[in-house]
Design a protein around this ligand. Sequence first.
Ligand SMILES: C[S@@+](CC[C@H](N)C(=O)[O-])C[C@H]1O[C@@H](n2cnc3c(N)ncnc32)[C@H](O)[C@@H]1O
Ligand code: SF4
Length: 458
Amino acid sequence: MNMARSLRPLSRRSGLMCPGKQAGGIRVHRVYSDQNQNQNPNPQHSEQASLYIHWPYCLKRCSYCNFNKYIPRSVDNEVMTECLQLETQTLLQLSQVSQISSVFFGGGTPSLARASTVAAVLETVSAHARLCEQAEVTLEVNPAPAGRTALRDFVSAGVNRFSVGVQSLNEASLRVLGRDHDPQQALQTLAEARTLCPGRVSVDVMFGIPGQSVASWESELEEVLRVCDDHVSLYQLTLERGTRLYKQVQQGELSMPADDVTASMYRSARNVLEQAGFLQYEVSNFAKRNAVSTHNLGYWRAQPYIGVGPGAHGRFVPRALGAVHREARTQTLEPDVWVREVRQHGHATRRRVQLSQLNLLQEVVVMGLRMTEGISHQHWAAFSPEANLHQVLGASSDVQELHQRGVLILDDRGLRCSWEGLALLDCILPVLLLELDTFVHTHTQRGESGGSPHSRTT
Ligand SMILES: C[S@@+](CC[C@H](N)C(=O)[O-])C[C@H]1O[C@@H](n2cnc3c(N)ncnc32)[C@H](O)[C@@H]1O
Ligand code: SF4
């Protein structure tokens, strides 16, 4: 394959805070033999997992967003609390994990939930698993003051990290995005969050907004850096079908910046952040003083997680059912249906797909290469004791070409992207996934896996 032409810039969307948004389980094709799966106890039988809680409601629909969110006339907080607790309890018991390492309240707009809901969910976690004092408990916060619970009440409920959806400090950009806050409200929210959780506040900022230039983005980012705490997540605006923004672009009312412009924005953001003392630890995430998100690191390191709430996704072994393989689980999307199902069955898992070892390895590659540290040999061996990274990828001429071009490194440390390579991850991954697929299929038994999706089951 001629990489010179095929390497195009990466589309960056830091959507990992919200597994409610992630694609469903990769359908299973073929697997290493069952025997091999059983020899791979480490990632499958973890005693630890992280927990994602999805709050599905927002006050207003942003013009670009197609996450699983609803704009209700009213919310029954008691019922939501009861069902989030019940589903948390059921899935914790199903997974039999003994320790929850981090909790992330995402959405939607979880800062519209009551602090008592957050406290009740955390109490349920503590009643059914160990939740260490130091465990990271993050809550996503929208800067609009309307309907929002006071941040200090969330801290009293057990939250110790905030992720503030600033998006932009430019009035015109916020209007294009259909946000219901202005720059001043974003600054106030950020200041309040920093006072409550110093060193543990992240900001989401967006680039690639219609009307934004590289120069205006740079000065905006510099303004963000003057007021932000120790963590920044960059989001490249993605045009999603079915959104108002999509329609506006289709109808020629607005136009998205060209790919080379967004690539320059990303490049300059990395430089500006680095000069300000932020270390990039993932494609879209930057931290000072090691204020990395341990919750998100869990996803990138392919560790198990439990997803609770409408549309949430999880990846864990349902050990209470006697299972030994990890499953991808998706909860029912629509909140009213989700409530009904949770009340009936204790949970609302709509879809389960058993992940084969190939699926797990695909996830290790796709997620692991997002991190600047990449995939260490030790990390890989936990999922693939049979064949190391050199055996799986080292002999490939396409992989060697990526190495020669200086975008991919495979050495004694493991596999990772170079600085330039990280911006081209979308082009590098298909090459690696193809090699992985070929290797697994030529070195293992053929046959369909047990990966057929289940519906409505335990
Ligand atoms: C789904 S929101 C939930 C948190 C909160 N409601 C907020 O708006 O900040 C999480 C992040 O996803 C981002 N996001 C949603 N749709 C996006 C899109 N089409 N392109 C890029 N980022 C997007 C949001 O801007 C936000 O920073
Ligand atoms: S507030 Fe957040 S979740 Fe709600 S519509 Fe806007 S971006 Fe989406």
